[in-house]
Design a protein around this ligand. Sequence first.
Ligand code: 9MR
Length: 372
Amino acid sequence: MGTTQTTTMVRLAVFLIGAGACMAGEDVPVLKEVFKNDFLIGGAFNRRVVTGRDPQAAAIAAKHLNTATAENDFKWQLIHPRRDEYNWAPADDFMAFCEKNQMVAIGHCLVWHSQTPRWVFRDDSENALTRDALLARMKDHIMTVVGRYKGRIKGWDVVNEALNDNGTLRDSPWLQIIGEGSQDKQYDFIESAFRWANEADPDAELYYNDYGLETSKAKCDGAVAIVKHLKSKGVRIDGVGIQLHAGLTYPSIQGLEYAVTSLAATGVKVMVTELDIRTQARGYRGADIGRVTRQSTQDANADAAETQKKLAEKYAEIFSVLLKHRKDVTRVTFWGIYDGASWIGGSPLLFDRTYEPKEAFFAVVKTAQENQ
Ligand code: 9MR
């Protein structure tokens, strides 16, 4: 083989390897580098990611993200399915994945109205528990779960989604039983949860987490009221998580800024904990799992160029607000890694179903570069 032929073949090989690398998204900027002076950048990981059954998603996570939230494995129903039975293996796998990849681990979540087994609120005769008995059960759960991972979890979503969209407290069994219908006791279940989480791991950050804080001022004010109440009682709360399940047309810049600034004004850290943007325009906008399914958010136009452009623009807008408030925003976590494994349909994330970075990925990177 002549020198020219060899050179041509080497060039062709280099070109093909280069193209392959590009196609696998390997040549793209690394998100955790892009945002290293701004905030932690993370994702919610499902079982397949942390157990090696979705190696391509795991590779994206390891490359781009420096913080992780278990999408489901710490939820009461999964980690504490029966009264005397804890199921540690999935959460342990998540911790092992985080530690292997040097990711900051976030615990989600301790007290929630959803995904909590029925037995939690009932006695052996199927009657509703008394206030004291439910408080004791909550304490046992928090001390056991937080205690097990003490020193390894940076922060806990201690209470999740306790608010209605109008800012009042959701009428959950936690509120009904521990609040006893009394205005004076309405925050008691939240206060107790934070006190015990603090007792179980004094060094872990403690968060209140909710959706819709960026679209409903009343709901955001409700979260501010929770923070103020806890602080007035001398109970530690370190941050509020704005879940930020967004859509192509919401939140507005003003709504997101209102949430970030009014929460930060209470002295807590603000984080975006479950970021995604649904492409489907119709229907319910919140993130109440009782009202959203992957099917109900499917979008036949999700992959259309026009939709992807809108998605990129909305991500750019959201990140420009978050970067503007980088002194208050300590973490931004995507709810999933790529579209194929999202809890909603359509095309809500930065990586597509074949694990390729999308226009939205590059829009986010560009926004960061323009806002240094
Ligand atoms: O993405 C999660 C999905 O896999 C679960 O089936 C569902 C119920 O546990 O919860 C989803 O995550 C929710 C999160 O825990 C709290 N905020 C809203 C999220 C989307 O529903």
